[in-house]
Design a binder for this molecule. Structure first.
Ligand code: FAD
Length: 535
C-alpha cells in the first residue's frame, strides 16, 4: 500500500467509520481519483474479524491508539482511558459492533441549531442507504446496503433474565430500538455478517479495494494540511520515516476522528491563534472552536458474581474450555460464542417523565466487566453498563506540542456539570434494582464492588472511583452556522473561512446523540459523499 502518484482529486485523511464510506462513494465514478491515508496498518488480524477479539484489542495497543485523558477532577483525579481504532476501519474495526442510531430528536435538534439538511427526515435515507439489515426491511430499515446488521445468534441465556428484570422494573420489551420508538429493553443488533465483524472497511473498502482510481496508503501519519493562502491544496504525511507531500485537484477531507481531525487542523495552523502560537505553530486561520465542544458518554458498571456453571464468559477452567470449543466451532461454521460482542442485550429508558428522548442506556454483559477489561478477575459474573445519554459536561482537546506523533491533551471534564452526577445516580439506582430483581435471584452472588442498594453516598463514591467513557467522543469540530463563533464546519461540512477543506467524522456532531456513534458516523459519511458529489 504505497503509491508513486502524488496528485489526486480528493485526499481523505483517516480510514475510519466515515473515511471508508467517503473513499468508496467518491471512487464509484472511475473518473474521480481518491487517495485514502491511514495512520494504522491493514485490517488483516483475526482479532478484528472474530467479534470476540474485541477483548484482546480493548485493553491493549493492538490496533488501538489507547489514549489517556488528563486527570479528571470528577473522577477523583483519575486519568480516563480513550481507546480508538488504528487500522483500516478505524474504531469500527475495534468497537463493540452495537448497531444503534440514537433518537429522532437528536437530529431534529441538530437542524434546530442552524444546520439545514440534518433533521431526522433528512438523514434517515442515509442510515437506510448504508444498512444491509438481515432482520428488518421497512420504513426505517433497508436490507441491501453495504453495512451488514444482524441479530445475535448465540447470546447467553442470562440475557433473558435481564430483559425479564427490565420488564419487572417498568421498561417494556421491544425488538427494534432504531425504529418508530427507541425506548424499551431488547437484544442488540450488531454489525456482523456470517459470524464476522462488518467494519466500515469490510463494508466499503474491501469490496472496492481493486478500483484503479482508489489509492489506499496505510502506516501514513498525516502531519498537516498544506495551504496556498486560505485554500487547502494537499497534505504532508510521514511514512517509513520520510515526509511526503501529495496534492489535490478538488478537496482535502479530514476523517481522522474526534481526536485526529482537530489535531491535524491545529498542527496546520487552524484553531485558536493564541494556543497555536504558544505551541510554536504559525496560525493560518483563527477558528477558536477547533478542539472545543468535546462531548462523550460517561459510563458506570456494576457487576454481580455468579457460579461458573452458568453460560457466561469468565476466567475459570470451565470458561476456558467453553471458549476453546467455540473457537473450533467458529473456525468450522462461523457460529458460537466467538460471535459474541460481550454486549448482548440492553435498554433505553428515561429517568423522568416528559423528556425529549430517553436519557439512559443499559448494556448487559454476561461476564465480569471491569476497567475496560484491564483488570482481570477470576470467576464468572454478570455486569451492566449504565450510560448517561445527553451529558451537559463539555470538554476540550488541546495540543501538547507541535509534534504530530505526540498525543493530545484530552480533557472530557467528566461531571463538570453537576446535573450529570444527579441523573447518572438516578439511572444507576434503576440499574441496580434491575440487577437485583427476582429473575436473577437463583444465580446472583455478591457484588464485585459493593454498593448497598439505595445508599447514595456509596454510589457516588463508586461512580467517581470507577466510571469512564463509553467510547463516544465527538463534537470537537462542531457543525454550525457562521454566526456561531465556536462552529468549525458549516452544514456542508466545509471548514468556515477556508476553501477546499472539509471535516467528515464524529467530530462534526454539534451535540452528542442519544446512543452509540458508529452508525451515525457512517450516516455522516454517506450524506457528506452525496453533498460533495452534488457540488
Ligand atoms: C472500544 C470501542 C467500542 C465502541 N463500541 C461501539 C459500538 O458498539 N457501537 C457504536 O455505534 N459505536 C461504538 N464505538 C464508537 C464508534 O466506533 C466511533 O464513534 C466511530 O467509529 C467514530 O468514527 P470516526 O470516523 O469519527 O473515527 P474513527 O473510526 O476512529 O477513524 C479515525 C481514523 O483516522 C485515523 N487517523 C487518526 N489520526 C490520523 C492521522 N494523523 N493521519 C492518518 N490517519 C489518522 C485513525 O487511525 C482512524 O483509523 C466504540 C468505540 C470504541 C473505541
Amino acid at each position: 500500500m504505497t503509491s508513486t502518484q502524488n496528485k489526486f482529486d480528493y485526499i481523505i485523511v483517516g480510514a475510519g467509520s466515515a473515511g471508508c464510506v467517503l473513499a468508496a462513494r467518491l471512487s464509484e465514478d472511475p473518473n474521480i481519483s481518491v487517495c485514502l491515508l491511514e495512520a494504522g496498518g491493514p485490517d488483516k488480524s483475526i482479532f478484528i474479524h472474530a467479534p470476540i477479539g474485541l477483548a484482546a484489542m480493548l485493553p491493549t495497543r493492538l490496533h488501538n491508539w489507547a489514549f489517556k485523558t488528563i486527570p479528571q477532577v470528577g473522577l477523583n483525579g483519575r486519568k480516563g482511558y480513550q481507546p480508538r481504532g488504528k487500522t483500516l476501519g478505524g474504531s469500527s474495526s475495534t468497537n463493540a459492533m452495537l448497531y444503534v442510531r440514537g433518537n429522532k430528536w437528536d437530529y431534529d435538534n441538530w437542524a434546530a441549531l442552524g444546520n439545514e439538511g440534518w433533521s431526522y427526515k433528512d438523514i434517515l435515507p442515509y442510515f437506510k442507504k448504508s444498512e444491509g439489515n438481515a432482520a428488518f426491511n421497512d420504513d426505517y430499515h433497508n436490507n441491501t446496503g453495504p453495512l451488514a446488521v444482524s441479530n445475535a445468534t448465540d447470546a447467553s441465556d442470562i440475557n433473558q433474565m435481564f430483559i425479564d428484570a427490565c420488564v419487572q422494573q417498568g421498561i417494556k420489551q421491544t425488538d427494534d430500538c432504531n425504529g418508530a420508538e427507541q425506548e424499551g429493553a431488547f437484544y442488540y443488533q450488531r454489525t456482523i455478517k456470517n459470524g464476522q465483524r462488518c467494519s466500515a472497511a469490510k463494508a466499503y473498502l474491501t469490496p472496492n479495494s481493486t478500483r484503479k482510481n482508489l489509492t489506499i496508503i496505510t502506516h501514513a501519519l498525516t502531519e498537516k494540511v498544506l495551504f496556498e493562502g486560505k485554500t487547502a491544496v494537499g497534505v504532508r504525511y510521514q511514512k517509513n520515516k520520510k515526509s511526503i507531500d501529495i496534492t489535490c485537484n478538488k478537496e482535502v477531507i479530514l476523517s481522522s476522528g474526534a481526536f485526529g481531525s482537530p489535531q491535524i487542523l491545529m498542527l496546520s495552523g487552524v484553531g485558536a491563534s493564541e494556543h497555536l502560537t504558544e505551541k510554536g505553530i504559525t496560525p493560518i486561520h483563527q477558528l477558536p472552536g477547533v478542539g472545543q465542544n468535546l462531548q462523550d458518554h460517561i459510563d458506570y458498571i456494576q457487576t454481580f458474581k455468579i457460579d461458573t456453571k452458568h453460560d457466561t464468559f469468565g476466567y475459570s477452567v470451565r470458561g476456558s474450555l467453553r471458549i476453546l470449543k467455540s473457537m473450533f466451532e467458529w473456525r468450522e461454521k462461523r457460529t458460537g460464542k466467538v460471535t459474541s460482542t460481550f454486549a448482548e442485550s440492553g435498554a433505553f429508558f428515561s429517568t423522568q417523565e416528559n423528556l425529549v428522548a430517553p436519557d439512559a442506556q443499559l448494556i448487559f454483559v454476561p461476564a465480569i466487566a471491569d476497567n475496560h477489561a484491564r483488570t482481570m478477575n477470576f470467576g464468572h459474573g454478570y455486569s451492566c453498563h449504565i450510560t448517561l445519554l445527553r451529558p451537559e459536561s463539555i470538554g476540550e482537546v488541546k495540543l501538547n506540542s507541535s509534534n504530530p506523533k505526540d498525543s493530545l491533551a484530552i480533557d472530557p471534564k467528566f461531571f463538570n456539570h453537576e446535573q450529570d452526577m444527579v441523573i447518572l445516580k438516578k439511572a444507576a439506582k434503576k440499574m441496580q434494582n434491575i440487577l437485583e430483581a427476582s429473575p436473577f435471584s437463583a444465580i446472583r452472588k455478591e457484588m464485585l464492588y459493593l454498593v448497598e442498594n439505595g445508599n447514595d453516598e456509596q454510589l457516588e463514591k463508586d461512580i467517581r472511583n470507577r466510571a469512564d467513557t463509553q467510547y463516544h467522543p465527538c463534537g470537537t469540530c462542531k457543525m454550525g452556522p457562521i454566526t456561531d463563533d465556536m462552529a468549525v464546519v458549516d452544514a456542508q461540512l466545509r471548514v468556515h473561512g477556508l476553501e477546499k477543506l472539509r471535516v467528515v467524522d464524529a467530530s462534526i456532531m454539534p451535540k452528542i446523540i442519544s446512543g452509540n456513534t458508529n452508525a451515525p458516523t457512517i450516516m455522516i459519511g454517506e450524506k457528506a459523499a452525496d453533498m460533495i458529489l452534488q457540488n
